[in-house]
Design a protein around this ligand. Structure first.
Ligand code: SF4
Length: 370
């Protein structure tokens, strides 16, 4: 760490591609200097130019746990803001979590904030307070801010991921009559439907309307109250895309993420988390055909890694996570270069009380069988 390195300098007339190529060379030089002091975590949806430097590649929860297991003092999280927060919550006090670009957020996580959820909770209490047989369990998807995870932890609920959502909902219904699920309506609805909950018992809470835009009866009769949030990437896949694939390739297998809308999930052959999709393609026989409904960087990587199979994006249009894409090799080079000079920039902090309660919600999730 004490070794001197020359700062990253960009010629003014360099194109972005040339600047990124310079940054990649720079990362190759400085990464070894940082050794085990640093661990780089790369989400599946990151660009290859960034993910090539990841010590671990995976989904958000898996990566946060990997970060906490290693000795590294600095966790550089090539992902989005809520993922870095989760790494702080699950990490050790002596670890600093760094987000290479502070603009890398998640449009879905941003669709629910604490103030809106607190308002919704008090309105739900208002409608249901005379009915002790109709109590609500708050459940938040992993893709949410740390203060929402903390809210859930404080109110007896749990976090869920896209692979354990059904187990978490079953656990919730074993204790309370209703679930308040945020921020992804599609994961909540798809999971509820799989469990046999009728659509009319899953109502949509609009945070911009009083009482979510619902009547007292709609709230009282609901089994799941779904937050009106979605992933702007997975929402782009449509049932017509599946029809088109099936028409031209009757033997194609369609696999989609459960953040896709219900009409897409209903038509798909397989549905699962990013890790499920990765394993599915890895284990598929040579010559098999796959149309994949998830973020395009992961799909393109799978296509390149498995040239013996046909792997294509389900949509004819680019479906990229534009916020995740904000992390470039320039950002990664910048945070690493600062670390070589003993400076920690772009550190993510989570207040102690939020950390404690968010951890409670995450730990509770771990006690629930999938
Ligand atoms: S893919 Fe969707 S849910 Fe995932 S980080 Fe991007 S916007 Fe958020």
């Amino acid at each position: 760490m004490a070794e001197m390195v020359m700062p990253l300098e960009m010629a003014e007339n360099e194109t972005l591609i040339e600047q990124e190529a310079t940054a990649i060379e720079r990362i190759k030089q400085i990464r070894p200097l940082l050794g085990d002091d640093v661990v780089i975590l790369g989400h599946h949806y990151q660009r290859d130019e960034v993910v090539q430097f990841a010590d671990f590649q995976g989904d958000s929860y898996q990566l946060s746990r990997e970060g906490a297991k290693v000795d590294a003092k600095y966790i550089v999280f090539a992902g989005v803001h809520f993922m870095a927060e989760s790494a702080v919550v699950l990490g050790r006090d002596d670890q600093a979590v760094i987000l290479p670009n502070m603009q890398a957020g998640c449009s879905m996580a941003d669709m629910a904030n604490l103030e809106q959820v607190l308002t919704a909770w008090s309105e739900l209490e208002d409608v249901l307070m005379d009915d002790p047989e109709n109590q609500v369990m708050p459940i938040t998807y992993m893709n949410s801010a740390a203060d929402l995870k903390a809210f859930v932890g404080e109110h007896g609920g749990a976090v869920c991921t896209s692979s354990n959502a059904q187990g978490v909902l079953e656990w919730s219904f074993a204790q309370r009559q209703k679930v308040f699920f945020f921020p992804d309506q599609h994961l909540g609805r798809n999971t509820g439907k799989k469990m046999g909950i009728p659509l009319e018992q899953m109502v949509l809470w609009n945070p911009f309307k009083p009482y979510g835009g619902l009547t007292d009866d709609e709230i009282r009769n609901a089994r799941i109250i779904l937050w009106r949030g979605h992933c702007s990437v997975h929402q782009q896949f449509r049932p017509e895309h599946i029809d088109l694939w099936k028409r031209h390739h009757p033997d194609v297998n369609v696999v989609v993420h459960p953040e896709c809308m219900m009409e897409v999930v209903d038509k798909a052959d397989y549905v699962g988390s990013t890790s499920y999709i990765v394993k599915m393609i890895e284990n598929a026989p040579a010559g098999s055909k796959w149309a994949v409904g998830t973020e395009m960087h992961l799909v393109n990587r799978l296509k390149n890694q498995h040239p013996d199979k046909m792997v294509e994006l389900l949509s004819p249009f680019s479906c990229l996570c534009s916020t995740m894409y904000r992390i470039s090799p320039l950002d990664l080079a910048n945070v690493l270069e600062n670390l070589t000079e003993g400076r920690v920039i772009n550190q993510i902090f989570v207040p102690e009380d939020v950390k404690r309660n968010a951890k409670l919600a995450l730990d509770r999730m771990l006690t629930i069988p999938k």
